[in-house]
Design a protein around this ligand. Structure first.
Ligand code: FAD
Length: 322
C-alpha cells in the first residue's frame, strides 16, 4: 500500500537547496498521517553528501551516476521512477524550481497520475493529500484533490517554512542504471552574477517601465547590493529589452515569494501580481497614488523613484556603516 512521502531533492555546489528543505519540512508534517516515512532522493555525483543534509527525511537515497551530473529529463525521470517503485509513496513532492517544474509532470505522466503544480498549501483530509494553489493569476485559490495515487505536487518556493529537524539516519545508494541517453547536457553555465537567483532570493528589488531605460537599473543594482537582494523586472521592462527574460517576475515569468519585494515603477498589473503577491512584505514605490500595486503593498511610497531609490540606498548604506 502507498504510504509516506518521497521528496525529490536538489543541491547546489554540494549544499542542499532551501526549497528542498521547505518541501521536506512540509512532508514531515504530513507523512505521519499518511502512515509512512519521509524519504529524500538526490541525484548526481556528490548527491550522497547532499542527501545527508536532508533534514526532516527519515531516510535518504542517492545515485552518484556520472550520467546524472547535469539535469536532463530522461535519466532523472528513470531514477525517480526507480525510487518510486522502491518507496511506494502516497505523495511525491518537488520544489517549484526550474528542474522541479520540468520533472514533476514527466513523473506524473509516466505514473498515469495528476500533477498538481504551484502548491501554496498542503494538507491531509479524509486520509488523502490535498493542495491549495492560486488560480486565475492569483485571483482565486483552488483546493485540489487527486483521484489517483501517488499525489504528485510542486511546491512554490519560499512559502512553506523550514523547521529544524534531524538529518536522515542513513543514506542508501539507489540501485539504478541510467538508460542510454537520447540527449546529453554538455555544460551548464552559471549566470555571471554574485547576486542570488530570483526564485531563491529572500529580498528582491524589481523595476518596471517607470525605470525609463536600461541604464537606470544600476540604481536598483546598487540598492540590491546594499541589502543582498536579487534584481527582478516587469514584463514591460523585459519586452523593451532593458532586462533579460530570466529576470521577469509574473504570470509568464518567475514566481517569487521573498521575505521582502520592493517594486519600483511597476503599476501592479494582475499578471505581475501573479508572480509576486505571496511575498511576505511588499514595498511599492510609484509616483501614481492610484497605481494598483498600492492595493497589495504593505508599505507604499508615493513619489519619484529617481529620488526615493538613491535616498533609500544611501540611508541603508549609512546605517550599515554605523
Ligand atoms: C498574457 C499576459 C502575460 C503577462 N505576463 C506578465 C508577467 O509575467 N509579468 C509582468 O510584469 N507583466 C506581464 N504582463 C504584462 C502586464 O499586463 C503589464 O503590461 C506589465 O506588468 C506592466 O509593466 P509595468 O508595471 O512595468 O509598466 P506600466 O504598467 O507601464 O507601469 C509603469 C509604472 O511606473 C510608474 N512610474 C513611471 N515613472 C515613475 C517614476 N519616475 N517614479 C515612480 N514611478 C513611476 C507609473 O506610475 C506606472 O504605475 C502580461 C500580460 C499578458 C497579456
Amino acid at each position: 500500500m502507498a504510504a509516506g512521502i518521497l521528496v525529490f531533492g536538489e543541491s547546489d555546489q554540494g549544499k542542499i537547496r532551501k526549497a528542498t528543505l521547505e518541501a521536506l519540512s512540509q512532508a514531515r508534517v504530513l507523512a505521519p498521517t499518511l502512515s509512512g516515512p519521509v524519504t529524500a532522493i538526490l541525484l548526481g555525483p556528490g548527491s550522497a553528501a547532499a542527501a545527508a543534509q536532508a533534514a526532516g527525511a527519515d531516510r535518504a537515497m542517492s545515485c552518484e551516476a556520472p550520467a546524472l551530473a547535469n539535469y536532463s529529463g530522461e535519466p532523472y525521470l528513470a531514477a525517480v521512477l526507480a525510487a518510486v517503485s522502491e518507496v511506494k509513496p502516497a505523495g511525491i513532492f518537488f520544489s517549484g524550481s526550474t528542474v522541479g517544474k520540468d520533472l514533476a509532470p514527466r513523473v506524473a505522466t509516466k505514473l498515469g497520475v495528476a500533477c498538481v503544480s504551484d502548491c501554496t498549501g498542503l494538507a491531509v483530509a479524509d486520509g488523502v493529500l490535498e493542495a491549495t494553489r492560486p488560480v486565475y493569476a492569483g485571483k482565486a485559490i483552488a483546493t485540489v484533490r487527486s483521484k489517483s495515487t501517488p499525489f504528485v505536487a510542486t511546491l512554490r518556493p519560499n512559502v512553506f517554512p523550514v523547521t529544524a529537524a534531524p538529518p536522515p539516519s542513513k543514506v542508501d545508494a539507489l540501485a539504478f542504471d541510467p538508460p542510454a541517453p537520447k540527449t546529453t547536457v554538455k555544460a551548464v553555465h552559471r549566470a555571471a552574477t554574485a547576486r542570488a537567483e530570483l526564485t531563491q532570493a529572500q529580498v528582491i528589488v524589481s523595476g518596471g517601465r517607470g525605470m525609463k531605460g536600461p541604464e537606470h537599473y544600476k540604481l536598483l543594482e546598487e540598492l540590491a547590493d546594499e541589502v543582498g537582494a536579487a534584481v527582478g523586472a516587469s514584463r514591460a521592462a523585459v519586452d523593451a529589452g532593458w532586462r533579460p527574460h530570466a529576470d521577469q517576475v509574473g504570470q509568464t515569468g518567475k514566481t517569487v515569494s521573498p521575505t521582502l519585494y520592493i517594486a519600483c515603477g511597476i503599476s501592479g498589473a494582475i499578471q505581475h501580481l501573479a508572480g509576486m503577491s505571496s511575498s511576505k512584505i511588499i514595498v511599492a514605490i510609484n509616483k501614481d497614488p492610484q497605481a494598483p500595486i498600492f492595493q497589495i503593498a504593505n508599505y507604499g511610497i508615493v513619489g519619484d523613484l529617481f529620488e526615493i531609490v538613491p535616498a533609500l540606498r544611501d540611508e541603508i548604506r549609512r546605517r550599515r556603516n554605523g
